[in-house]
Design a protein around this ligand. Structure first.
Ligand code: HEM
Length: 390
């Protein structure tokens, strides 16, 4: 890995294993540039206009953890909490130990660690800040398909911790949870994974546990559409922030296995072997929903997942950044995570269409749901949420 560090960023990058977070190093590769795996740094800059972990190319391991604010939480305490969390995140993402880090060796492994923090609607109401809750953040209504469990739902505060090494993720989460202990109690935690870069190199989006290529039709961070879709505009403390939807969606893989390949492809509207739409031959081909077969029926049925999920106008788009999960012998699925400037405007209409009718509902069940407002990023002498919390 030392060799990779030199190749990736020169001598400065090696310094991170023990020391500086200096501007030069942090400034090298920005997440939004979406550098290719061969050239990108093993450190994702923590500071900037936006939080890392959103536009960042998905790391192979993730944990999302939600917390409940302790009773009697004050604004002043919440501000202190965010200064401490920011300090931990700033150090850990630079591959340096947090203050009072009991396992410094685990902090010194550069693995593209990102720590992303968000606030649920409960935080705003408990702190008397409902007037400051961003318009883009709503609690989702109940959907017909939902079988939500409290064990996977809600939360006043969320941490999304991602890295290419599961040990780094586990250590960072433990350190941050220790810091949060005075202010919060743990509510739920979900661990997920994607395919490794080596297996994916140049092959497009990764696969989910149904075997589908998942993540193809997604706004790319290097496209002009991305910023207005994902980042909230100004004025106010939330400018440069985003909202996050986390849905835990279980897959019924036993009954999915009973389907033949043609049935599986019809359910989503794309081919299993390479993710191409049923009307095309490459993953990147645009689906054509007007094409019919010899019997006059649409090649991509109207109730196929991509037919229902496709935006009907440009405001209905958002970033999907999902992770697979596989817990125990029978609980597998997606930690389905999206980022958008405004949940009601962008996410809700699509989710409502899918809840009303989507062939994939036969084999998938939402069992958890939560939404959060992610404050903008901060500077080296600032802290996350600084415009909201004193
Ligand atoms: C597309 C799988 C849930 C929104 C896709 C694709 C797959 C897939 C395989 C096609 C490839 C791609 O473009 O990524 C799944 C699975 C789900 C799930 C397995 C649940 C376990 C959802 C949910 C939403 C959603 C809950 C939104 C509320 C979308 C969108 C597209 C898409 C917007 C792109 C449609 C297009 O424009 O072509 N999904 N999905 N999916 N999915 Fe899902």
């Amino acid at each position: 890995s030392r060799r990779r560090l030199f190749a990736a960023g020169g001598a400065a990058a090696v310094g991170v294993a023990g020391t500086a977070v200096a501007g030069g190093l942090v400034g090298r590769a920005t997440a939004s540039e979406h550098p290719t795996p061969a050239t990108e740094s093993l450190l994702v800059p923590f500071h900037g206009e936006h939080q890392a972990g959103v536009a960042t190319r998905p790391q192979t391991h993730a944990v999302v953890a939600a917390y409940t604010l302790r009773g009697g939480a004050t604004l002043e305490a919440a501000g202190r909490m965010m200064r401490l969390v920011t300090d931990d995140a700033r150090r850990l993402t630079a591959a340096t130990p947090a203050l009072n880090d009991q396992e410094p060796a685990l902090a010194q492994i550069p693995a593209r660690l990102t720590v992303t923090v968000g606030f649920g609607s409960g935080l705003f109401s408990k702190l008397g800040l409902t007037d400051e809750q961003p318009a883009g953040l709503i609690d989702l209504p109940a959907f017909r398909i939902d079988r939500l469990q409290p064990a996977w739902s809600g939360g006043d505060l969320i941490l999304q911790v991602c890295a290419d090494d599961p040990l780094v993720v586990a250590h960072a989460l433990r350190q941050l949870t220790k810091t949060l202990r005075t202010f919060t109690t743990g509510r739920w935690v979900q661990r997920g994974f994607t395919q490794t870069t080596a297996q994916l190199d140049g092959a497009g989006a990764g696969r989910n546990l149904m075997g589908q290529v998942d993540g193809t039709a997604n706004p790319g961070p290097d496209t002009p559409d991305f910023a207005p879709l994902v980042w909230a505009g100004g004025p106010g403390w939330f400018s440069g922030g985003t909202t996050m939807v986390v849905r835990r969606i279980a897959m019924q893989l036993d009954t999915w296995d009973e389907l033949d390949t043609a049935g599986k492809e019809i359910a989503v509207g794309r081919r299993l072997h390479n993710g191409a739409p049923l009307t095309g031959s490459l993953e990147t081909d645009e689906p054509d929903f007007t094409v019919t077969d010899t019997t006059g029926l649409p090649v991509i049925p109207a109730f196929a997942h991509i037919a229902r999920a496709r935006h009907t106008n440009d405001t209905e788009r958002f970033l999907r950044r999902a992770y697979n999960y596989d817990d125990g012998l029978t609980d597998s699925g997606l930690i389905f995570t999206t980022f958008q400037a405004d949940i009601a405007r962008q996410y809700l209409p699509v989710q409502q269409r899918l809840a009303d009718n989507d062939l994939m509902n036969e084999w998938t069940t939402p069992i958890g749901s939560a939404t959060f407002a992610l404050p903008p990023g901060c500077s080296p002498d600032g802290y996350l949420g600084e415009g909201l919390l004193p």
